[in-house]
Each structure stands twice: as structure tokens, then as C-alpha cells.
Design a protein around this ligand. Sequence first.
Ligand SMILES: [Zn+2]
Length: 239
Amino acid sequence: MDDSRYSRQELLIGKSAQKKLCGSHVAIIGIGALGTAASEVLARAGIGKITMIDDDVVKLTNLQRQLLFDESDIGTMKAKAAAEKLKKINSTIRVESYLVRVNKKNISKLVGKPDVILDCTDRMESRFIINEYCLNNKLPWIHGAALKHSGQIMVFNFRKKNQPCFSCAFGNSISTETADTSGILAATTVTTATAQATEAMKLLIGIENVKGLLRFDVLSHDTLIVSVRKRPHCISCRK
Ligand SMILES: [Zn+2]
């Protein structure tokens, strides 16, 4: 029996796919409920380099759902605390953390050219910045959002031609609801984040991603895939 670290995963995906994961770079923007859960799954799976970006500190109200944190982390920067936990989980990978908020000017320097970016923010403004950066650099990114008992993810792979972008899917919509005002279950964020991490791994090893906007409800277990078309006059991706 093979008792190496990734042996159970390799049984499914094979050694060459595991090698691809070990040579991959994933950037995670937002290290709250989605970012902690997604980064833990990806660190355990052996992603070679993980970049963590967040400008917030751990609070008591975060512990209900932000998996990597414990009471001793309260008051520490989320990206720093999370990076330290990930290094304990898997010392063979590289984890870097930046304690700032992503904006149009700094995104290039912070994330560089990773193989995929995960949107684990809860801000529409940040999502439009990620969308624009990925469009300009033909990078794939995976949107994730969770509120109350509903979650959604969507893969935007701009390495492929004629793909819809975030603006095609959501226009200029701005939601003012957050976990702080409307509430959230840990099951919602964990389910959303693991779906994002799974799609990231699929993308890295060449398995076709889910197409369209995947929505689910953790109470009813209803799942829906909404097809999204590229808009010809989209403000972000029209040429
Ligand atoms: Zn578009």
C-alpha cells in the first residue's frame, strides 16, 4: 500500500495530474469564510504555491465559519494567520501572504500570473477588478459568493475564446447584503468554497469545468445551473 501524502488522491487523478497540482500557483483574494476553506482544501491537495491576500483582522464573529482560525488568532491579520496554519498542514508547499486590499493598481504586483485566481471576497468592487485583470491577462478565475443558506460559483476561463465575463453575468449589479446584515450558515460558505476549490483543481489538471452559474441551497439541497451568454455590448469584455 502506498502511504505517501497524496496517495489517496493519486488513486483517482493519477501521478501526472498530481505533479501538475504540485507545480501550480493559485491566488486567493479574500481570506474570510470562503478563502480559509478553499485554501485549506487546496493546501492539502498539494497546490505548489498559494498566494493569500486580505487586509482584515480575525474577529470573534468570524470563528463560527472561518475554518482555519481559532480563538488565539483574534486580532491577527487573516492572511498571515491563515498562511501560518497552511504551512503547518503542508510544509512542502509555498504560501505567501499580503496584508492589503486588492485594487486596480496593486493587483498585478500582488497576484502576478497565477494559474487561477479564486474570488473569495464579499465585495462586488473587488470582483470587477479581478474580472478586468483576468480579461487583460487571459487568466482564469473562479467567482464564489455565499449568503444566508445560498451559495453560487462561476468559472471564468479567459484562456478560451468567446467566454462570458463577470459583467456579462451580473452587469453592474451591486448587492448591499452581507453576512453581517443578513446572516450566514457555515455550511453555506464551506459548500461554496469547496466547490470553488474543486473547480480550481479540475481546471489545473484539465478536467472540463462546470459551465454557467452554479447555484445551490444548503437547506433544500436544490441545485441549479444558469447558462450565461457573452453579451455583445458588455462594458468589460467587448473589444
Ligand atoms: Zn463581458
